[in-house]
Design a protein around this ligand. Structure first.
Ligand SMILES: Cc1cc2nc3c(=O)[nH]c(=O)nc-3n(C[C@H](O)[C@H](O)[C@H](O)COP(=O)(O)OP(=O)(O)OC[C@H]3O[C@@H](n4cnc5c(N)ncnc54)[C@H](O)[C@@H]3O)c2cc1C
Length: 476
């Protein structure tokens, strides 16, 4: 078989890309190893920036008829006390005048099921079931792939472009790139609560529990997903350790209104677990192919942004391919390179935010606890101190500098307040000065590993130090 584009993986990224390219007139083969979509605890909250990417791709119907729940903001709670933070208003456009800023939460398999159906209904898209085993590489260029079909027969597809959207455990990643370093950060323990309202309707929730934060959002009319982060060795379910952990350690830290529902869920065994992996984008090494979605880049699920990044990547890739002279390999290579560059501003911002918020909310030592309390006080200022961070969280602001500005504003405003009160409370001077030092140095420690990637987007010097993927090959 010969097509324009062959896409490996009919998950969020692959299925959305197939529909968008098929509608644009490309001949597409979309291939997945299974017709069944597993019921996983990942990818259940789509931030507004992801929903807006769906709209740009004319795929917003993917959240229809799946009992998706509208989300209009986030709330942060410590015990019974909480603060609701609204997503900032969406900037008006001709297409969406006065459109409200909203995300959606849903069962992941229902959403992917809708995306796959849309792909199957699209002319020019062939949906195939098969396990992709190898790429066809000729003269340093990917020309297509081999797969084993449902009858275990070896098949071949030739294409101008091969897209690896084969997810977090991507088999194709190592063939298409170098320097990938997937790193396990922690586990997520997913608990399904039934028939109980969350403290703030239509909001995502962050509960500041120890040893790490717990997320919650409504994923169907009568269902709430609790995502408990667990940094250490996972308690076993088989010998009751997990139930014991959830009931004796987590439950007392949660609002009383949720206790009965958590007990019921634990009794019913409505518990699933997953590894939380982060991975910076590796450097692609071959032309004629592109890495997409989790196969290319991952971050901690703290901010619920994986699908937002993936769908924005799909939007940018479609734009790049539509404006390129697709059947002219050098022009296609340039389009792919420009896609990799353009995606960085949102992806780097979101990755930095997820990493920093996870460290701060986890509050594993005094310095991080100081930062966490400073963040909560910063949000109480309201105005820009809320709308800025919320536009970053929602995936609507691809602005690493804005993130750095808010991050250091948190540390310096808190430090300033402590210094100002020093003369009136002399007995606390030493402790306050110590805290000021901890805050400022802690802020640098948390954000410092992320800075090179954030700066690469702006600085030619930093670009030279951290080269863009494929840049060496496309020169000349
Ligand atoms: C615990 C957890 C919670 C999360 N919560 C959120 C959230 O709330 N919001 C959010 O936006 N993101 C969240 N994420 C991230 C999100 O789930 C992912 O970013 C997103 O699902 C990635 O989509 P994808 O299309 O790249 O990969 P996938 O959805 O994993 O799709 C990959 C597809 O490739 C197929 N495949 C793999 N190998 C082959 C092969 N060799 N041949 C053929 N087919 C193959 C698979 O069958 C699969 O269908 C979470 C992640 C975790 C771990």
């Amino acid at each position: 078989m010969r097509v324009d584009v062959v896409i490996v993986g009919a998950g969020v990224a692959g299925a959305a890309l197939a529909t968008a390219l098929g509608r644009a007139g490309f001949q597409v083969a979309l291939i997945d190893r299974s017709p069944h979509i597993p019921e996983v605890i990942a990818g259940e909250l789509l931030q507004p920036g992801g929903f807006q990417a769906l709209e740009s791709l004319h795929l917003e119907e993917a959240v229809e008829a799946i009992d998706a729940q509208k989300i209009i903001g986030f709330s942060v709670l410590q015990g019974e006390e909480g603060q609701a933070l609204a997503y900032p208003p969406r900037s008006e456009s001709k297409e969406h005048p006065h459109a409200e800023t909203k995300g959606y939460a849903f069962r992941h398999h229902r959403f992917v099921g809708r995306l796959r159906t849309l792909a199957q209904e699209t002319p020019h898209v062939r949906f195939l079931i098969g396990q992709v085993s190898d790429l066809i590489i000729e003269q340093g260029r990917v020309r297509g792939l081999c797969y084993r079909d449902a009858e275990e027969k070896q098949q071949t597809i030739y294409a101008d472009l091969t897209v690896a959207a084969d997810g977090r455990a991507s088999r194709l990643r190592s063939q298409l790139s170098q320097g990938a370093q997937p790193e396990q950060v922690s586990y997520s323990i997913g608990v399904l609560l039934k028939d109980v309202p969350l403290p703030f309707p239509q909001h995502g929730h962050v509960f500041l529990t120890q040893p790490a934060p717990t997320l919650a959002y409504p994923i169907a009319t009568h269902a709430i997903r609790l995502l408990v982060d667990f940094p250490g060795k996972l308690p076993k379910q088989s010998n009751g350790e997990m139930a014991d952990y959830l009931l004796s350690s987590l439950l007392p830290q949660m609002p009383a209104s949720l206790h009965d529902a958590i007990r019921r869920a634990v009794e019913e065994g409505a518990i699933q677990t997953m590894q939380n992996i982060r991975m910076r984008p590796p450097s692609p090494t071959l032309h004629g192919a592109v890495l997409l979605g989790d196969a290319y880049n991952m971050r901690h699920p703290m901010t619920g942004s994986g699908m937002t990044v993936a769908l924005n990547d799909v939007r940018l890739l479609v734009e790049a391919l539509q404006s390129a002279h697709f059947h002219h390999p050098p022009a296609l290579d340039k389009a792919i390179q420009s896609f990799y560059q353009k995606r960085e501003s949102l992806a780097a911002t979101v990755d930095m935010l997820a990493g920093a918020l996870y460290e701060i909310f986890r509050a594993k030592d005094t310095t991080h606890a100081l930062m966490r309390d400073a963040v909560l006080r910063y949000w109480q200022l309201g105005g820009f101190a809320v709308s800025g961070p919320m536009s970053l969280l929602s995936g609507m602001a691809p602005k690493p500098l804005m993130l750095l500005t808010h991050f250091f504003a948190v540390a310096f405003i808190e430090a300033g307040q402590r210094l100002l009160r020093a003369p009136t409370q002399p007995q606390r001077i030493f402790r306050d000065l110590q805290d000021v030092f901890r805050l400022v140095s802690g802020a640098f420690t948390i954000i410092q590993p992320q800075i090179p990637r954030g700066l690469r987007i702006f600085s030619p010097l930093a670009t030279a130090l951290y080269p863009t993927p494929l840049s060496s090959q496309t020169k000349g």
